[in-house]
Design a protein around this ligand. Structure first.
Ligand SMILES: Nc1ncnc2c1ncn2[C@@H]1O[C@H](COP(=O)(O)OP(=O)(O)O)[C@@H](O)[C@H]1O
Ligand SMILES: [Mg+2]
Length: 223
Protein backbone atom coordinates (compact mmCIF):
# COMPACT_ATOMS: atom_id res chain seq x y z
CA UNK A 1 0.00 0.00 0.00
CA UNK A 2 1.16 3.49 -0.79
CA UNK A 3 2.22 5.48 2.24
CA UNK A 4 0.44 8.85 2.27
CA UNK A 5 1.94 11.59 4.42
CA UNK A 6 0.39 14.98 5.08
CA UNK A 7 2.89 17.67 6.06
CA UNK A 8 1.33 20.39 8.14
CA UNK A 9 2.95 23.19 10.09
CA UNK A 10 2.57 25.45 13.07
CA UNK A 11 2.02 28.33 10.64
CA UNK A 12 2.77 29.50 7.15
CA UNK A 13 6.47 30.09 6.42
CA UNK A 14 7.73 27.52 8.95
CA UNK A 15 9.51 25.18 6.51
CA UNK A 16 6.77 22.79 5.34
CA UNK A 17 7.92 22.89 1.72
CA UNK A 18 11.61 22.30 2.44
CA UNK A 19 10.87 19.59 4.98
CA UNK A 20 8.44 17.95 2.51
CA UNK A 21 11.12 17.88 -0.18
CA UNK A 22 13.67 16.61 2.38
CA UNK A 23 11.26 13.89 3.46
CA UNK A 24 10.77 12.86 -0.17
CA UNK A 25 14.52 12.46 -0.62
CA UNK A 26 14.87 10.62 2.73
CA UNK A 27 12.19 8.13 1.62
CA UNK A 28 13.86 7.77 -1.79
CA UNK A 29 17.11 6.88 -0.01
CA UNK A 30 15.21 3.95 1.48
CA UNK A 31 14.46 2.76 -2.02
CA UNK A 32 10.94 4.12 -2.33
CA UNK A 33 9.39 5.79 -5.37
CA UNK A 34 8.07 9.06 -3.99
CA UNK A 35 5.88 11.81 -5.40
CA UNK A 36 4.95 15.16 -3.89
CA UNK A 37 1.66 17.01 -3.97
CA UNK A 38 0.65 20.57 -3.20
CA UNK A 39 -3.12 20.30 -3.59
CA UNK A 40 -3.88 23.97 -2.99
CA UNK A 41 -1.45 26.81 -3.61
CA UNK A 42 -2.12 30.52 -3.36
CA UNK A 43 0.53 32.99 -4.51
CA UNK A 44 1.19 31.58 -7.97
CA UNK A 45 2.94 33.20 -10.89
CA UNK A 46 1.45 33.42 -14.34
CA UNK A 47 3.66 31.59 -16.85
CA UNK A 48 3.11 30.59 -20.50
CA UNK A 49 2.04 27.13 -19.16
CA UNK A 50 -0.44 28.59 -16.65
CA UNK A 51 -0.27 29.48 -12.97
CA UNK A 52 2.75 28.01 -11.23
CA UNK A 53 3.65 27.88 -7.52
CA UNK A 54 7.21 27.57 -6.25
CA UNK A 55 6.32 25.01 -3.54
CA UNK A 56 4.62 22.73 -6.08
CA UNK A 57 7.54 23.14 -8.51
CA UNK A 58 10.05 22.13 -5.81
CA UNK A 59 7.99 19.03 -4.97
CA UNK A 60 7.59 18.20 -8.68
CA UNK A 61 11.35 18.55 -9.17
CA UNK A 62 12.06 16.04 -6.37
CA UNK A 63 9.61 13.40 -7.53
CA UNK A 64 10.95 9.96 -8.42
CA UNK A 65 9.18 10.13 -11.78
CA UNK A 66 7.85 12.86 -14.05
CA UNK A 67 4.30 13.97 -13.30
CA UNK A 68 2.08 16.65 -14.83
CA UNK A 69 2.05 19.87 -12.88
CA UNK A 70 -1.75 19.97 -12.69
CA UNK A 71 -1.85 16.55 -10.99
CA UNK A 72 0.60 17.78 -8.35
CA UNK A 73 -1.13 21.13 -7.91
CA UNK A 74 -4.80 20.95 -8.97
CA UNK A 75 -5.72 24.28 -7.35
CA UNK A 76 -3.39 27.17 -8.17
CA UNK A 77 -4.39 30.72 -7.33
CA UNK A 78 -2.67 33.99 -8.15
CA UNK A 79 -3.37 36.05 -5.04
CA UNK A 80 -1.31 35.16 -1.97
CA UNK A 81 -4.28 35.05 0.39
CA UNK A 82 -6.08 32.30 2.35
CA UNK A 83 -7.11 29.50 -0.06
CA UNK A 84 -10.90 29.82 0.35
CA UNK A 85 -10.64 33.59 -0.19
CA UNK A 86 -8.34 33.15 -3.20
CA UNK A 87 -10.81 30.65 -4.66
CA UNK A 88 -13.77 32.98 -4.10
CA UNK A 89 -11.86 35.87 -5.65
CA UNK A 90 -11.29 33.84 -8.82
CA UNK A 91 -14.86 32.45 -8.90
CA UNK A 92 -13.78 28.93 -7.96
CA UNK A 93 -14.72 26.44 -5.27
CA UNK A 94 -12.22 23.95 -3.83
CA UNK A 95 -13.58 20.39 -4.06
CA UNK A 96 -12.00 17.64 -1.96
CA UNK A 97 -13.15 15.04 -4.49
CA UNK A 98 -11.15 16.65 -7.29
CA UNK A 99 -8.05 16.64 -5.07
CA UNK A 100 -8.73 12.99 -4.15
CA UNK A 101 -8.83 11.99 -7.83
CA UNK A 102 -5.44 13.59 -8.46
CA UNK A 103 -4.05 12.05 -5.29
CA UNK A 104 -5.11 8.61 -6.53
CA UNK A 105 -3.14 9.16 -9.73
CA UNK A 106 -0.03 9.91 -7.67
CA UNK A 107 -0.62 7.08 -5.20
CA UNK A 108 -1.02 4.59 -8.05
CA UNK A 109 2.43 5.51 -9.39
CA UNK A 110 4.43 5.72 -6.15
CA UNK A 111 5.28 3.90 -2.92
CA UNK A 112 4.83 7.12 -0.96
CA UNK A 113 3.12 10.45 -1.57
CA UNK A 114 4.07 13.52 0.46
CA UNK A 115 1.23 16.06 0.52
CA UNK A 116 2.06 19.58 1.65
CA UNK A 117 -0.78 21.55 3.21
CA UNK A 118 -1.17 25.30 2.86
CA UNK A 119 -0.70 27.32 6.05
CA UNK A 120 -1.62 25.35 9.16
CA UNK A 121 -3.91 22.46 10.14
CA UNK A 122 -7.25 24.30 10.22
CA UNK A 123 -6.86 26.55 7.19
CA UNK A 124 -10.26 26.64 5.47
CA UNK A 125 -10.61 25.28 1.94
CA UNK A 126 -14.22 26.28 1.41
CA UNK A 127 -17.19 27.29 3.58
CA UNK A 128 -17.38 23.82 5.20
CA UNK A 129 -14.02 22.08 4.95
CA UNK A 130 -10.43 22.64 6.03
CA UNK A 131 -6.97 21.18 5.46
CA UNK A 132 -7.77 18.74 8.28
CA UNK A 133 -10.73 17.41 6.27
CA UNK A 134 -8.46 16.93 3.29
CA UNK A 135 -5.95 14.88 5.33
CA UNK A 136 -8.85 12.76 6.61
CA UNK A 137 -10.44 12.36 3.16
CA UNK A 138 -7.12 11.12 1.74
CA UNK A 139 -6.51 8.97 4.84
CA UNK A 140 -3.04 10.42 5.43
CA UNK A 141 -0.74 10.14 8.40
CA UNK A 142 0.44 13.55 9.60
CA UNK A 143 3.88 15.04 10.17
CA UNK A 144 4.00 18.41 11.91
CA UNK A 145 6.72 20.93 11.06
CA UNK A 146 7.42 23.24 13.97
CA UNK A 147 9.10 26.48 12.96
CA UNK A 148 11.34 27.28 15.92
CA UNK A 149 10.56 30.82 16.96
CA UNK A 150 9.04 32.52 19.96
CA UNK A 151 5.52 31.15 20.43
CA UNK A 152 6.25 27.82 18.77
CA UNK A 153 5.68 25.69 21.88
CA UNK A 154 2.07 26.83 22.13
CA UNK A 155 1.49 26.49 18.37
CA UNK A 156 3.04 23.02 18.32
CA UNK A 157 0.96 21.73 21.22
CA UNK A 158 -2.27 23.30 19.93
CA UNK A 159 -1.75 21.76 16.50
CA UNK A 160 -0.87 18.32 17.90
CA UNK A 161 -4.03 18.40 20.03
CA UNK A 162 -6.16 19.41 17.04
CA UNK A 163 -4.67 16.62 14.89
CA UNK A 164 -5.47 14.05 17.54
CA UNK A 165 -8.95 15.50 18.10
CA UNK A 166 -9.73 14.63 14.47
CA UNK A 167 -8.55 11.06 14.98
CA UNK A 168 -5.52 11.39 12.72
CA UNK A 169 -2.22 9.63 13.29
CA UNK A 170 0.50 12.10 14.21
CA UNK A 171 3.53 10.15 13.01
CA UNK A 172 5.96 12.68 14.35
CA UNK A 173 7.19 16.23 14.28
CA UNK A 174 10.19 18.02 12.81
CA UNK A 175 11.89 20.95 14.52
CA UNK A 176 13.01 23.51 11.93
CA UNK A 177 15.44 26.24 12.91
CA UNK A 178 14.15 29.48 11.38
CA UNK A 179 16.28 31.88 13.35
CA UNK A 180 19.85 31.27 14.48
CA UNK A 181 19.60 33.92 17.14
CA UNK A 182 16.58 32.43 18.87
CA UNK A 183 17.45 32.10 22.51
CA UNK A 184 17.07 28.82 24.38
CA UNK A 185 16.69 26.80 21.18
CA UNK A 186 17.46 23.34 22.70
CA UNK A 187 15.24 24.10 25.68
CA UNK A 188 12.37 24.97 23.34
CA UNK A 189 12.79 21.69 21.48
CA UNK A 190 12.93 19.77 24.75
CA UNK A 191 9.86 21.58 26.08
CA UNK A 192 7.84 20.40 23.06
CA UNK A 193 9.31 16.90 23.22
CA UNK A 194 8.25 16.54 26.85
CA UNK A 195 4.67 17.55 26.10
CA UNK A 196 3.82 16.19 22.66
CA UNK A 197 2.71 12.58 22.22
CA UNK A 198 4.69 11.94 19.02
CA UNK A 199 8.37 11.32 18.21
CA UNK A 200 10.79 13.99 17.08
CA UNK A 201 11.80 12.89 13.56
CA UNK A 202 14.56 15.42 13.10
CA UNK A 203 16.06 18.79 13.93
CA UNK A 204 16.85 20.87 10.85
CA UNK A 205 19.62 23.39 11.42
CA UNK A 206 19.46 26.91 10.05
CA UNK A 207 20.94 26.96 6.53
CA UNK A 208 21.89 30.07 4.58
CA UNK A 209 21.41 28.31 1.25
CA UNK A 210 18.70 25.71 1.75
CA UNK A 211 19.71 22.26 0.49
CA UNK A 212 17.13 19.48 0.20
CA UNK A 213 19.77 16.72 0.44
CA UNK A 214 21.12 18.16 3.70
CA UNK A 215 17.59 18.37 5.12
CA UNK A 216 16.92 14.76 4.06
CA UNK A 217 19.96 13.64 6.06
CA UNK A 218 18.42 15.09 9.23
CA UNK A 219 15.01 13.38 8.93
CA UNK A 220 14.15 9.89 10.11
CA UNK A 221 11.21 8.85 7.91
CA UNK A 222 10.97 5.24 9.12
CA UNK A 223 8.30 5.68 11.74
N1 LIG B 1 16.20 25.49 8.06
C1 LIG B 1 16.10 26.70 7.50
N2 LIG B 1 17.16 27.50 7.43
C2 LIG B 1 17.07 28.71 6.89
N3 LIG B 1 15.95 29.24 6.38
C3 LIG B 1 14.84 28.49 6.42
C4 LIG B 1 14.85 27.18 6.96
N4 LIG B 1 13.61 26.67 6.83
C5 LIG B 1 12.88 27.61 6.24
N5 LIG B 1 13.60 28.72 5.98
C6 LIG B 1 13.14 29.97 5.38
O1 LIG B 1 11.75 30.05 5.52
C7 LIG B 1 11.14 30.16 4.25
C8 LIG B 1 9.83 29.42 4.30
O2 LIG B 1 10.04 28.04 4.22
P1 LIG B 1 8.97 27.13 3.50
O3 LIG B 1 9.45 25.73 3.50
O4 LIG B 1 8.59 27.71 2.19
O5 LIG B 1 7.74 27.31 4.54
P2 LIG B 1 6.20 26.89 4.38
O6 LIG B 1 6.13 25.85 3.30
O7 LIG B 1 5.80 26.39 5.73
O8 LIG B 1 5.45 28.14 4.03
C9 LIG B 1 12.15 29.61 3.26
O9 LIG B 1 12.02 30.12 1.99
C10 LIG B 1 13.45 30.04 3.89
O10 LIG B 1 13.68 31.38 3.56
MG1 LIG C 1 5.11 25.83 1.51
Amino acid sequence: MTRGIFVTGTDTGVGKTWVSAGLMVALQRQGMRVLGMKPVAAGCEQTPDGLRNEDALLLQQHGSLPMDYTVINPYAFGPAVAPHLAAAQTGMHIELERIARHYQTLAAAADAVVVEGAGGWLVPLNERESMADLAIRLDLEVILVVGLRLGCINHALLTAEAIRARGCKLTGWVANTLDLRMSKLPQNILSIQQRIDAPLLGVIPYQEGLCVEAIAAQINPCL
